[in-house]
Design a protein around this ligand. Sequence first.
Ligand SMILES: NC(=O)c1ccc[n+]([C@@H]2O[C@H](COP(=O)([O-])OP(=O)(O)OC[C@H]3O[C@@H](n4cnc5c(N)ncnc54)[C@H](O)[C@@H]3O)[C@@H](O)[C@H]2O)c1
Length: 405
Amino acid sequence: MKLFVPKEKSPETRVALSPDTVKRLSGLGFDVTFEKGAGELSRITDEALTAAGAKVATAKDAGTADVVLKVNRPTAAEAKGYRKGALVLAAMDPHGHESDIKALAAAGISAFAMEFMPRITRAQSMDILSSQANLAGYQAVIEGAAVFDRALPMMMTAAGTVPAARVFVMGAGVAGLQAIATARRLGAVVTATDVRAAAGEQVESLGAKFIMTDALKDASGEGGYARELTADEQKAQAELVASHIAKQDIVITTALIPGRPAPKLVTKAMLANMAPGSVVVDLAVERGGNVEGSKPGEIARVGHVSVVGYENMAGRLAATASQLYAKNLVAFLETMVDGESKKLNVNPEDELVAATLLTHGGKVVHPLFAKEPAAKPAAKAPAKPAAKAPARKKPAATASKGAKS
Ligand SMILES: NC(=O)c1ccc[n+]([C@@H]2O[C@H](COP(=O)([O-])OP(=O)(O)OC[C@H]3O[C@@H](n4cnc5c(N)ncnc54)[C@H](O)[C@@H]3O)[C@@H](O)[C@H]2O)c1
């Protein structure tokens, strides 16, 4: 079995391979190759990968690989260069990119959308949304603190006392909880909000105060995700946020709703009530943003507040993000390799395969995107992923575009 890992297109900084995973892949029976310089921006040198057992190759070598591991969805041109029938694992980001997904189908590859991995115990080690959102939450605090022109912890010095900064985290999912923990470690006074009542206990277990309006009891939706708020609920939440935000130094927003644009939580009027020099970090910027006036890839000045809109936040910690991402991919690939024969064996009945497989046999097969059902595999054909996968919840987009993490 031949496996190839390309260098990602700029501005992606991460890579889908690490020396650790080269060893694991070789143990599974893969002949691992990678494009020269693939790990450069993640501080993974060609030498480190070759020392672990991989071989340097060129982009053209993708054409002979049985498996291609990527961070981002391949372009149509890249996919055309892959071998028909090759398995390609990446964050495919298919919502709103249906024509790109059709191009993957036309190229004849079996594309797996890693962000569709079910959030079940068995698949925890394969969950790219969690591994990357966790890092994004951490990095959001670091970036916010870097822009903030004061210290975060309380400092009692001979020259006087510096009060602790107040940090408010909106959305207490994977990224938000890590942002809370990080801000607490830096000594800030942290409050947080979410529309899921269950998040309250988690917030408090991290030592932060949970803020929620009485008008909003619980907006938990399917699968542990949030549902969209009604107009009345939105109004009640906006009133709560407006009064609370005016007293904050740093606000970190992470709120997402599966399959919907990010909810607008912070208006320009709210920003105008914050103290000069306050900082807002909008982690939802790639999904339309939680903050009015945030600009993808920039630090926008809205009145006297800096709004940080960096995309691909996990990619700003590429060395760590790549290590975890590469492990997520290998953990999934491992389930599709027969341990004895050391051959690929994709089981269409497996719920992980059914949930993540986007294209196969020249067709878009995922139930969320397939317009027409694909033909049934021939009776004697080797085990192939099924055209029909069980309906599942829509996935949340990643907090960072690159893992589009
Ligand atoms: N393996 C597992 O079982 C597993 C793994 C990871 C996450 N999870 C769970 O999945 C759920 C979703 O986590 P996620 O980080 O992917 O979520 P997400 O990225 O979809 O959303 C981030 C957070 O924003 C919140 N939110 C949405 N609208 C909001 C609004 N208007 N105001 C404030 N907050 C709002 C959501 O409730 C969520 O907590 C959580 O319950 C998490 O614990 C389970």
